[in-house]
Design a binder for this molecule. Sequence first.
Ligand code: KG4
Ligand code: ZN
Length: 402
Amino acid sequence: MGAPPCHQCFGLGADLASMPDAYILGIESSCDETAAAVVRSGEDMMSNVVFSQIAVHQQYGGVVPELASREHLRAILPVVRKALDDAERTYGDIDAIAVTQGPGLAGALLVGVSYAKALAFALSKPLIAVNHLEGHIHAVLLEEKQKGNRELRFPVLSLVVSGGHTHLYLAEANDSGWAYENVGHTRDDAAGEAFDKVAKLLALGYPGGPVIDKLSRRGNPHAVKFSMAHIKGRPRQGRSRVSQSRASGETFDFSFSGIKTGVLRHIESHDMRAQIEARRSALAGAKAPTADAVLALCDQPTLDLIASFQRAVVNDLVVKTLTAARELEVATLFVTGGVAANSELRSSFEQEASKAGLPVYFPSRPLSTDNAAMIAAAAYPKFLSRDFAEMNFSAEAGLVLR
Ligand code: KG4
Ligand code: ZN
């Protein structure tokens, strides 16, 4: 890292025009979405099927791992068949099967990995193991390639911000694909987890991100002051120049458990309990309450609290990411993962990155949250470099991205 920014053919230093088409079937089951997709040569999304388990987990206010595994088992076969049908391909047309190896819920990952192995064995096709976080990064690339954007300037700084992760990766391309260095991560809750937990505290339903995103537009983001943690620490032993001589001793790490406690204190000190419990009972019967239905049950102080929470989280993500981008002298910014669907996060990144003269790319909303097109796209460089998985590879709940 640290070399002057270079232009590359969106992550592959190869002449792709001379490559034959490759049809990759992607399979994703790391959390609460069972997904399959067919992507041609890492750039043409021919199908993208996502079966969401939200309805199953909603009543518990979060993902229940055992239920997630059971639902994946039920859904995986029809989801894969539909992905092939939508792409107008048969099993025989597929050149490789890519599957999420981790990180994620162990039992949920095992369903996808076991199914992909069985399919690869039965069809005598190569198997490619993909890191879920690399998938989120490649969701951005897939769509940029689809739009015909083939120029990418390195180094790239990627913020992967979802229900399970808030990670900053410095990325560069090499002959066999991409190499990553983690330059910042959450020390406790992920940003999406904070959205989900605050929504649970306030009885807004599950998942919290989309509803908080909508309700925030009705509140005053300056009404409640939250202070975000600035985390000092020992230098990381990485390849990048951030390794790490910041005079302040501050890292690019995040922490979102404090703001959740801040919201709880605000609820208690402002006597909001009764209204929250009334909302909880009113919504208990509804299967999938709309944001408008929740809005009708919120008074102005609640909307102000929600908007202030979102503004504080968004500011923290934007400020730390842009500080890292500046200090690491990156040429391009990616923001991806479920929370990248957030409207305020997008507009704030667009505004601040433009001031800093940095191009910033996001996936479309459907590709921000978990899907298998991103897994098939991330597998393509591995397919080209014949980086195939052995049949005895296993799912890894704590898989690290390098
Ligand atoms: O990437 P994803 O589908 O799954 C994980 O890998 O975690 O992300 C799901 C997370 C949830 O925490 C959800 O609340 C959050 O993304 N999310 C949002 C929005 N849409 C989804 N957070 C904020 N604003 C949104 N619009
Ligand atoms: Zn994800």
